[in-house]
Design a protein. Structure first.
Length: 167
């Protein structure tokens, strides 16, 4: 008899454990379903952002090509801030550094405050970037764009100064 009671309580214990395991499995399945739905939503956001970024890059490339083919295109008026695409307008009378994107404005202001022409490696730490090769080269590219657009001059290779404004 004792053996039958022991078997009965063992079976009962196993059934209780099985029921508890079933509850845990069901809870995990609900969590998996919720996470799967969230994952799909985030994948959709990622795909939309990727397409948007690629489209913007294509448009900017096309605009760049049009600027080169058609010459300077004035897109920014005095006092208007451009948010989004980084655009450096050609300098003209009455245009202030306020129309430039932040990093370009910082570069022009640092160069304007200097007592002599500056190199990219001198400018980088003054605009709050680490003086590493990538940041120096990126800043050099921005300096060249500012020269092309009439904001700065490069009197000697690699040395930048404010463009004279007596023209």
């Amino acid at each position: 008899m004792e053996e039958a009671t022991l078997m009965g309580s063992l079976i009962g214990e196993l059934e209780a454990r099985e029921a508890a395991a079933r509850v845990r499995v069901e809870e995990l399945e609900v969590q998996v379903a919720e996470l799967t739905a969230r994952l799909e939503g985030e994948r959709e956001v990622l795909a939309r952002l990727r397409v948007t970024r690629e489209t913007v890059a294509e448009v900017l490339t096309e605009l760049s090509v049009q600027d080169v083919e058609a010459g300077p295109v004035e897109r920014v008026e005095s006092g208007v801030r451009v948010v989004g695409a980084v655009m450096v307008p050609h300098w003209r009378e009455g245009l202030s550094v306020d129309v430039l994107p932040d990093v370009y404005r910082d570069i022009v202001e640092v160069v304007a405050d200097a007592s002599s022409p500056m190199q990219a490696k001198q400018i980088v730490p003054r605009i709050g970037l680490p003086a590493v090769t990538g940041k120096i080269e990126g800043t050099r590219g921005k300096l060249k764009r500012l020269v092309e657009r009439g904001w700065l001059v490069e009197d000697q290779p690699g040395r930048f100064a404010p463009a004279p404004r007596d023209r």
